[in-house]
Design a protein around this ligand. Structure first.
Ligand SMILES: Cc1cc2nc3c(=O)[nH]c(=O)nc-3n(C[C@H](O)[C@H](O)[C@H](O)COP(=O)(O)OP(=O)(O)OC[C@H]3O[C@@H](n4cnc5c(N)ncnc54)[C@H](O)[C@@H]3O)c2cc1C
Length: 339
């Protein structure tokens, strides 16, 4: 019989993220499919009272907590110690956790300390006759593998966007505090430097992904390129729609070639075979022709549309649900006006 621990860290506001609540759905679904057992939740953070409220009625058998100033920020040594202490207390056979950057960093080490195994980038969990298997993608999301393991505890880092996030009305619960002993902290966190929220264009939790292609920098019908206009249209849409910004490789590579560029795009925005594979509900590709952004980059986007001047753009035609054969400058300016 499997026993499950869902591991969640809170953010700076003491909240459990959407991805964390998706892990709860994953655990509930697995318990249901196994037809037996239960799950427990472990919360780690400086302040976890809001997160306790968020998960209080999720049906967990127990809620464990590790709290205090040492556990506010992402730090390998403290996160590993907290996870190890929690696993010792809960004794799970499966540890399910959201694949946040913090957990991606700490969980493999914690799994090793617990004599367990870890699998990352998990996109689905299934069970057949009581035996659990997980799926994940390889070769830049072109091949899907289904893995089983006999070793326990088995740690699973679950990709965001694969499960519905769990919600429920708060109930009264009394969490159990887990003590973490003998912390030898050498890394001191003296502050956090990050871009302002409105400068941050990669937003994994946004409903819409706008993919910008190199066409935004190309000469247009009047024989010149319109970079300033492109910048204001793209950023206008991202700001007003609260969308996330993806880019084709050609567009982000332009800076390396010394050509006129859109300065707010970096290789982190790149989607595709050599970029990322985001999981937003909706995607809109603009001025984008490439195979990789369309076939790999937005493989997991549920509703896909594209705007391209070229009616024969095979990838936009083949991979989008709707292709608008139109000038993206005009279409997006109108969309911004409507927004
Ligand atoms: C090994 C390998 C890995 C790669 N990995 C990636 C990857 O991860 N991600 C990636 O993106 N690429 C990747 N590429 C590159 C990829 O093959 C394409 O070259 C690239 O995606 C093309 O970028 P693009 O569509 O932005 O530009 P282009 O091919 O130049 O297309 C521009 C498009 O803009 C349209 N356009 C121009 N003006 C307008 C307008 N006003 N309105 C509407 N449409 C307009 C044009 O019709 C055209 O279709 C990879 C290539 C290789 C070989």
């Amino acid at each position: 019989m499997e026993t499950i621990l869902v591991l969640i860290h809170t953010d700076a506001h003491g909240t459990a993220s959407t991805a964390a609540l998706e892990s709860i759905s994953a655990a509930k679904e697995l318990v249901k499919n196994l037809g037996q057992g239960s799950f427990q939740v472990g919360l780690i953070g400086e302040n976890i009272s809001h997160a306790v409220e968020q998960v209080s009625s999720c049906g967990a058998e127990k809620i464990f907590t590790v709290t205090g100033p040492d556990f506010g920020a992402s730090r390998y040594i403290t996160d590993c110690a907290a996870i190890t202490a929690m696993v010792k207390e809960s004794k799970p056979s499966l540890v399910m956790a959201p694949a946040s950057s913090r957990w991606n960093r700490a969980l493999p080490g914690a799994a090793f300390r617990c004599q367990g195994k870890v699998d990352t980038h998990v996109t689905g969990i299934a069970c057949k006759e009581g035996s659990v298997s997980v799926s994940r993608w390889y070769y830049r999301q072109r091949m899907e593998a289904v893995l089983e393991r006999t070793q326990r505890p088995w740690f699973l880092l679950i990709e965001a966007g694969c499960y519905q996030s769990w919600t429920g009305t708060p109930a009264s619960v009394v969490p159990e505090t887990v003590a973490v002993s003998a912390l030898n902290i050498r890394t001191q966190i003296i502050g956090v430097q990050s871009p302002r929220q409105d400068q941050q264009t990669i937003r994994p939790e946004a409903a819409v992904l706008l993919v910008a292609g190199a066409g935004w920098t190309k000469k247009q019908a009047d024989g010149v390129s319109h970079l300033k206009e492109a910048e204001s249209i793209i950023l206008g849409f991202i700001g007003q729609a609260g969308a996330s910004l993806g880019s084709s490789k050609s567009l982000v590579d332009l800076s390396g070639e010394g050509q006129a560029v859109l300065p707010f795009l970096t290789h982190l925005n790149q989607i595709g075979q050599t970029g990322s594979t985001p999981r937003h509900q909706k995607g809109l590709a603009t001025c984008c022709h490439g195979e990789e952004p369309h076939s790999v980059g937005w493989r997991f986007i549920s509703e896909r549309r594209a705007v391209n001047l070229d009616a024969n753009c095979g990838w936009a035609r083949g991979k989008a649900d709707v292709l608008y054969v139109a000038d993206a400058f005009k279409v997006m300016a109108k969309v911004n006006e409507l927004l």
